[in-house]
Design a protein around this ligand. Structure first.
Ligand SMILES: Cc1cc2nc3c(=O)[nH]c(=O)nc-3n(C[C@H](O)[C@H](O)[C@H](O)COP(=O)(O)O)c2cc1C
Length: 152
């Protein structure tokens, strides 16, 4: 069974504090993901979350179903789901990346949305290329993320 990779984007309510994200979402998720053999990252900007999950299909599907229903974020949009040869985030059960205005993650997502709207039926090449650049960007940010979380 090949390992799967899932990437989604969602809207973060402006009322949530960073502490609520870290203590309420990230800490328990790191523990649970480790138990489930899931690796990945969570990028959080002022108004958005971007998450990559890597793992066995069943574990990913069960978790994503829960995440979609979680009312701590809204409008969860699946951007990519497919098999991978090797994990990009194998060192982290959930690497937390705090987004800032120097990131290009937001602009890459905006570009993805435009590409999708333009090519309703043949969006795959656009989607795949943009997805690859989001993953590359998140992987680079994961390496330099200063988030000081024990066991991270
Ligand atoms: C942005 C966001 C990302 C999340 N990521 C994860 C995750 O990677 N792993 C996880 O177990 N739960 C994650 N959750 C929490 C799940 O939605 C859910 O609350 C959690 O899995 C607890 O499920 P349970 O009540 O069945 O134990 C996330 C929630 C949000 C809002």
């Amino acid at each position: 069974m090949p390992t799967q990779e899932l990437l989604y984007v969602s809207d973060r309510p402006s009322t949530t504090t960073d502490e609520q994200v870290v203590d309420g979402i990230v800490m328990p998720s790191m523990r649970k993901n480790r138990e489930l053999g899931i690796t990945g990252c969570l990028w959080f900007g002022k108004t958005r979350f971007v998450q990559i999950l890597e793992g066995e299909r069943e574990a990913i599907d069960d978790l994503y179903a829960k995440i979609e229903r979680d009312d701590r974020h809204h409008d969860v949009r699946l951007i990519h789901y497919g098999p991978i040869e090797s994990r990009a985030f194998d060192r982290w059960s959930m690497r937390l990346i705090k987004g800032d205005e120097r990131d290009t993650v937001e602009s890459i997502i905006a570009e993805y949305a435009v590409g999708h709207a333009d090519t309703e039926d043949s969006s795959e090449p656009v989607g795949a290329a943009v997805f690859t650049s989001i993953r590359r960007k998140l992987r680079a940010l994961a390496d330099v993320s200063p988030f000081p979380i024990a066991g991270h």
